[in-house]
Write a protein that binds this ligand. Sequence first.
Ligand code: ADP
Ligand code: RBF
Ligand code: MG
Length: 155
Amino acid sequence: MLKHLPIYACGEIVRGFGRGSKELGIPTANLSLEAVKSLPDSLQTGVYYGWANVNNGDVHKMVLSIGWNPFYQNKEKSVETHILHDFNCDLYGQILKICIAGYLRPEQNFDSLKVLIDTIKSDIDSAKSLLDTVENKMLQGNSFFTNKLEKFLIC
Ligand code: ADP
Ligand code: RBF
Ligand code: MG
């Protein structure tokens, strides 16, 4: 599975349950179903790190969750990106581009919301330092992030 990385993907940011910001204080940009389906089946569920931009803007570090969120037992598989940047607005309808650089851990269930939040915060710390390697910084500069952006094009 890991031999497929890095993976580049893009799609429209759609609405989820709205829990990321409200319950966790960690907003996640959820990819459209078409974009989720465009990812290889071999990409296992779990937590990943990489790079992301919105509507061809600056490329920021990100953490990514792929799966059914066992803590919430979602019925639909989701691909959610928390971008390590403060946006002052919501991003629904905009185009998210991601580069999945590496795998962190499987999705888990937790005894409390606090443990889920603390675990995501530690994922963020890991991603920050892992993305500082020369090899991973090169991915940030890939022309994929600046290539012509066509709305609703799934690549
Ligand atoms: P939803 O369940 O609808 O995805 P969230 O609470 O997870 O709701 O996130 C809401 C929205 O917050 C995202 O879709 C995006 O538009 C916005 N947002 C603001 N800042 C960020 C960020 N740093 N990373 C990801 N999304 C963000
Ligand atoms: N949800 C889980 O149920 N278990 C997890 O282990 C888990 N890990 C996550 C790691 C990261 C980096 C992020 C951004 C989200 C994670 N989530 C996990 C998803 C979380 O429950 C979800 O973002 C919120 O429910 C809002 O949609
Ligand atoms: Mg979300």
